[in-house]
Design a protein around this ligand. Structure first.
Ligand code: TRP
Length: 376
């Protein structure tokens, strides 16, 4: 059996460098490797709505942004199927059955959900009609890991390339698969997570040096930022607060500029932009010793980022002229995705024996039983 990829993003904003190093870049490589029989890339609008119920317009507007980001990064719709989650109704039906295989207690232990509850300010003790500002946890939000299991299993995905924050979701999916197969017979495929290989790429910090690049923290460099915006953001980046004068020794660890160089810079960039160093290690060494200023480091980073972002920006600009075509791509992708999910849903119903009208044996057996009962 061939390998199948399913992955996706919530459309709550344009995609940024964190998405790029964490997953997008890898997806394009995987796509072009030719190793996969099928690749599904999902715009997870239904999942985005689980904590944006009051703001459907934000989600609606960002579907196209995410699609444009995909296409401009090199996701090729002739190879990869891009689709919109909410338009594949089969996914919600699968989730409804999987809910019976997961306990509330297990969901409560999911560390990503826990962290998001904190981040969103949902209160575990708020009750309905709470008169304070506290908001309880929406059931749909709480159960989204189960819906994510549907996303993955519906396409019989073997491989889920995602960032480290998604690990608990894949773990929970695997548990659901095992439980389902043990209860109803071998039906679903157990997926493997595919994490970024490079440690820096696991979690790219924001431009402020905070743990993670995130829209809500306002510390992102977007794939669609202009050259001017990229430059401004890099120039304002967090470095080493104790590196005041150029001659001072500087710290590389926790210094955002170096973290980004670790993620994006290759040896050939030095020959091209900063030939006085052979590689990043030499440059770091100089910074540690003292005598290397932040501006010089930032200028290198800008050059490296621009080399990568400029072609993405140019392709985005082309696709922006063809919005109708992008929606056609999404519509066709969604139809193809639906056909796949329908097959799995059919297998699931058969395995659970809730396929009444197709179940000739059930009908014949019950008819026979009643005939016999009434004959006596
Ligand atoms: N949870 C993912 C995110 O927040 C999006 C997502 C939804 C997803 N369903 C998925 C990712 C299935 C991988 C597989 O970005």
């Amino acid at each position: 059996m061939g390998k199948i990829i399913l992955t996706g993003d919530r459309p709550t904003g344009r995609l940024h460098l964190g998405h790029f190093v964490g997953s997008l870049r890898r997806r394009v490589e995987l796509q072009n490797s030719g190793e996969f029989e099928k690749i599904f890339i999902m715009i997870a609008d239904a999942q985005a709505l689980t904590d944006n119920a009051d703001n459907p317009e934000k989600v609606r507007q960002n579907v196209i942004e995410v699609a444009l980001d995909y296409l401009s990064c090199g996701i090729n719709p002739a190879i990869s199927t891009i689709f919109i989650q909410s338009q594949v109704a089969e996914l919600t039906e699968l989730a409804f059955y999987y809910m019976n295989l997961v306990t509330v207690q297990r969901l409560q232990r999911n560390p990503t959900v826990k962290a998001e509850i904190q981040l969103r300010g949902f209160s575990e003790s708020a009750t309905e009609g709470d008169t304070t500002q506290r908001q309880g946890i929406p059931v749909g939000f709480f159960t989204y890991p189960i819906s994510q299991a549907s996303d993955i299993t519906a396409f019989r995905a073997t491989t889920v390339p995602v960032g480290a924050d998604q690990e608990p979701m894949i773990e929970q999916t695997r548990e659901i698969v095992h439980k389902f197969n043990a209860t109803y017979g071998e039906t679903l495929v157990t997926p493997e997570i595919l994490l970024p290989t490079n440690a820096v790429c696991m979690r790219l910090p924001g431009t402020d040096g905070k743990a993670k690049m995130s829209k809500s923290l306002g510390n992102c460099i977007y794939l669609s930022d202009t050259a001017k915006e990229v430059k401004q953001k890099v120039m304002g980046m967090y470095t080493d607060p104790n590196h005041l004068r150029i001659e001072d020794p500087g710290q590389v660890e926790g210094n955002c500029v170096f973290t980004y160089l670790d993620a994006f810079c290759r040896e050939e960039h030095f020959a091209k932009y900063l030939p006085e160093y052979a590689n990043l290690d030499e440059m770091k060494e100089h910074y540690r010793r003292g005598g290397l200023g932040d501006v010089k480091c930032k200028k290198l980073l800008i050059a490296v980022l621009e080399e990568m972002l400029e072609p993405i920006r140019a392709r985005r600009h082309e696709w922006e002229q063809r919005i109708e075509e992008v929606y056609r791509i999404l519509e066709e992708g969604t139809a193809a995705a639906r056909a796949e999910a329908a097959k799995t849903l059919n297998d699931v119903r058969n395995a659970m024996r809730i396929n009444y009208f197709a179940d000739r044996e059930l009908i014949a057996e019950q008819a026979q039983r009643y005939r016999e009962a009434n004959a006596n």
